[in-house]
Design a protein around this ligand. Structure first.
Ligand code: ADP
Length: 847
């Protein structure tokens, strides 16, 4: 019997055993045995409470909790979440299933579920618990991924296991999606890199060509090749951009630019195709458009390129006219309307609404004829919207289309604009424009009028002669005339001959205007008639420069000097100041390229191969600028930069501008470099332009390198290795060793060729040994980097076949496809031996 007593305010529970008995005297007495069970009671109470708590957790848990008992490890209970997860009617049905019946026969690793489950259970029994991934099966037969936590429990003599199972289907889907998206970005980055590499060759060789002595026509063609390659690079960037737009990760640039160069560069590039189709490609920037703007010129270039490219593609006859006009303007900003009008096939009314969607083409059979991805307009729309603008189209089938877009820009400060545009007056000059194309006539006239030239027009030879004669009669002879080459009846040359044969007209200065397809021969034969050739599509500054030169006698030398300098600056990307630059780059081929480019630009250059050497140099020598590779052995670019920026480090100038050199162009890389303390970013392949632009950017952003001391005593490293070498890989037909291409790139200079061959043959086997080790150890970063270096070296010497195999290894390493990489390695070794033999043979011929 339990009894409670209160003693000193404390409750005591006792178990009382009371037995009556008679004492000696016969009185009934009570014998009591009291056992204090307070503690036991409290323990029991706590146990009951805890059991209740456990039960409540068990019942209400979102996770499925079940218990299994030895020796057969059958389920003995399951909470409501378990019943729901497995799709049983009730607990009784659930426990009726055998222990492995709720798993597929095999787990994803191929092992039998029953066998693997036993192992998992044993581990839990040994260690107290076990957490693992498991594929389960619902009663309906549907399989699902889960995490399982087995915990060992004891109750009295009994031991059992509690299993907590969580369905991770959704989590796994999210992870898979994340992995897929990461893989996609990586793929886009890789592909863009692969395309950039051969493009590097095109741009590099073209720039070398531009440095040689070639005729002005050839110069013009070479510039177009160059600009086309640059545009292609932009397209590749646009592909990257499209994936960024899609992922909502586009970042706009804010840089100063001159609108005329953007428009005219693109027109120049597309003019080749247009003139092949005998289309007139004309552009006109209204004189009241502010041209010194701030915004994202690459985006603008891309939109224009897509729209004008389409116009050329879908027009077979007539003209394409690009105009730029202001829509709204205040002190700080200007909204401009760009329009691209063509006389092409037009677009059916019912298709207009879907045009701007990705992968849309009006007529897929046409697309096959014209080529195209269906992405162009989607990118144009994405970019305009990103820039805060809008885009649209008006079109009539069979008559042509007019695509327009309006985007806002910031204006550069008025002082900047004024300084860049001296007075553009040709007062007193009168010029006759003779061209069969009315639009061109009108636009050219408007342009000349904006320069205060008295402009008149004529549609053909006879009309021109008539106007010129009547003006001469009135003692108002034209100062100059611009004659289009291609005119019916009387072409430009014939008209020129007639004018020069006429004593009243022969003092008129003549320009021949032609599309780039004019044979240079035609111009050369008629050079005595014309002072200059104006190439269509006309570049405003080119025209201005030509007029200036031709109309020289008119005392415009001050204007001229300024213009000529400005003109040349844009044309050649010359840097006025000589900087002392430290290049930190481990790849020998890249070292050569960058060294040559910087030297050509007139800078003083030192090269070191890793971060540690850079720090040592920076502690001893004063530099103006550092170009820093990001991926390097020993100490990478990010770490090196943070040490340079650390005030405690020993470098002389902690604020020295640092530009990153990186092969990757994805968003995020830039941030990483900037976060490490770098000031800017050059994407490989580097070209004179990318380097010049980046340096100019740093200079103009107030991050200017310190003033230079021209007599500074520093030594450029290494003998000048002649012309820049460039990665060109892989070629259309792999050859073992394209000695011709190699030799061409080095202008046939023996010493540098031999030196580069020696470097390659010395370095490559070392790199290959390291690569083999990295592959064996599955070190993805190192293997990718090494394979990339080997490939770069191979491309550099035009070891094409070897290069192609190295590309395969690189791809495999980057993808972590180790078996494949291992399979290709012997082939890489074999190809190297073949290349080595070929190069040694070639080297013998050099002596
Ligand atoms: P694509 O790479 O196919 O040119 P776009 O997105 O640039 O992709 O264009 C989508 C489609 O819009 C084209 O396939 C074509 O049918 C139509 N289109 C675009 N521009 C023009 C144009 N100037 N004239 C006629 N059709 C056009």
């Amino acid at each position: 019997m339990e009894e409670k007593y209160i003693q000193d305010g404390k409750e005591t529970i006792v178990h009382a055993l009371k037995t009556p008995f008679k004492d000696d005297k016969g009185n009934i007495r009570l014998f009591g045995l009291f056992l204090d069970i307070t503690e036991r009671k409290q323990t029991e109470e706590a146990l009951r409470e805890s059991e209740q708590k456990y039960r409540s957790l068990f019942e209400n848990s979102h996770d499925a909790i079940m218990t299994l008992a030895p020796p057969s490890w059958k389920f003995i209970s399951g909470n409501p979440a378990t019943i729901k997860m497995f799709g049983a009617k009730n607990e009784a049905e659930f426990v009726s299933y055998g222990p492995w019946a709720l798993s597929p026969e095999r787990q994803p690793d191929g092992r039998a579920s029953a066998e693997k489950a036993r192992e998992m259970i044993e581990q839990a029994m040994r260690g107290g618990s076990n957490f693992f991934l498991w594929t389960h099966k619902r009663i309906s037969g549907e399989e699902f991924p889960a995490t399982v936590l087995l915990s060992k429990m004891t109750q009295g003599e009994n031991t059992f296991l509690q299993a907590t199972v969580r369905d991770i289907t959704e989590h796994k889907l999210a992870l898979d999606a994340q992995a897929a998206s990461a893989a996609k970005s990586q793929f886009v980055a890789n592909i863009s890199h692969e395309i950039r590499t051969p493009l590097n060759g095109i741009i590099g060789v073209c720039e070398l060509l531009l440095e040689t002595k070639i005729s002005s026509e050839q110069m013009e063609y070479a510039k177009i090749i160059n600009a086309s390659a640059e545009t292609l690079l932009n397209v590749i960037n646009a592909t990257l951009d499209f994936s960024k737009i899609e992922a909502g990760k586009m970042a706009l640039e804010h840089v100063d630019f001159d609108l005329r160069y953007i428009v005219e560069d693109i027109i120049g590039v597309l003019a080749v195709n247009a003139s092949k189709k005998k289309l007139e490609l004309l552009d006109f920037i209204e004189p009241n458009v502010p041209v010194h703007l701030n915004g994202d010129p690459s985006c603008l270039r891309q939109i224009l390129f897509n729209l004008i490219g389409n116009a050329v593609k879908f027009t077979s006859k007539g003209e394409i006219v690009i105009t730029v006009a202001p829509v709204e303007e205040n002190e700080k900003t200007a909204s401009l309307r760009f329009s691209v009008r063509d006389t092409g096939i037009g677009i059916p009314a019912d298709k207009i609404n879907v045009l701007f969607n990705a992968f849309t083409q009006v007529d897929t059979s046409l697309a096959r004829k014209f080529g195209g991805t269906g992405l162009g307009l989607a990118i144009a729309k994405g970019f305009t919207e990103q820039m805060g603008g809008s885009i649209g189209v008006e079109s009539a089938e069979g008559k042509g289309s007019l695509f327009w877009f309006i985007v806002p820009f910031l204006k550069q400060k008025p002082e900047v604009a004024r300084a860049a545009e001296p007075d553009m007056h040709f007062e007193g000059a009168s010029i006759l424009i003779v061209d069969g194309n009315e639009t061109n006539r009108l636009m050219l006239a408007k342009q000349l009028q904006a320069w205060k030239i008295d402009a008149a027009t004529a549609a053909n030879g006879p009309e021109a002669l008539e106007k010129m004669r009547s003006a001469a009669n009135q003692k108002r002879a034209f100062t100059a005339a611009i004659l289009d080459m291609r005119m019916p009846e009387m072409d430009g040359v014939t008209l020129g001959q007639t004018i020069k044969a006429d004593s009243a007209l022969k003092n008129t200065i003549l320009f021949l205007m032609s599309s780039i397809t004019l044979s240079p021969e035609t111009y050369r034969q008629n050079k005595h008639l014309f002072v200059a050739m104006i190439i269509k599509p006309i570049r405003q500054k080119h025209l201005f420069y030509n007029l200036l030169m031709a109309l020289k006698g008119k005392d415009m030398s001050a204007v001229e000097e300024k213009w000529v300098a400005e003109f040349q600056k844009h044309e050649h990307y010359q840097i006025g100041d000589r900087l002392h630059i430290l290049v930190v780059e481990d790849n020998l081929a890249s070292q050569e390229v960058i060294f040559n480019i910087l030297e050509k630009m007139g800078h003083l250059v030192n090269i070191v191969a890793n971060g540690k050497e850079a720090l040592r140099d920076l502690a001893m020598i004063h530099y103006d600028l550092v170009l820093m590779d990001v991926q390097m052995p020993e100490m990478d670019g990010l770490e090196t930069t943070s040490i340079i920026r650390d005030p405690k480090s020993r470098v002389r100038n902690h604020n020295i501008p640092i530009l990153a050199l990186t092969a990757h162009a994805m968003e995020g890389d830039k941030e990483k470099c900037l976060a490490a303390g770098m000031n800017g970013y050059i994407t490989k392949p580097v070209s004179i332009k990318t380097i010049a632009d980046a340096i100019a950017n740093i200079t103009s952003s107030g991050n200017a390198p310190a003033p230079k001391d021209k007599k500074r005593n520093s030594v450029p490293v290494g003998a000048s290795l002649a012309e820049a070498t460039k990665e060109i890989c892989p070629p259309p037909i792999p050859a073992v060793f394209d000695s011709k291409a190699f030799s061409n790139r080095l202008s046939g200079k023996i010493a540098p060729m031999s030196k580069i061959i020696n470097i390659t043959l010395d370095e490559t086997p070392k790199l290959m040994r390291e690569l083999e080790r990295a592959v064996k150890k599955r070190q993805q970063d190192a293997a990718g980097r090494l394979a990339h270096n080997i490939r770069g070296g191979a491309a550099n010497v035009s070891g094409n076949q070897f290069c192609a195999v190295a590309v395969k290894v690189e791809t495999a390493c980057n993808a972590g496809a180790w078996r494949e990489a291992e399979n290709i390695l012997p082939e890489l070794n074999r190809q190297f031996e073949i290349l080595e033999r070929a190069m040694r043979e070639f080297q013998k011929t050099l002596k």
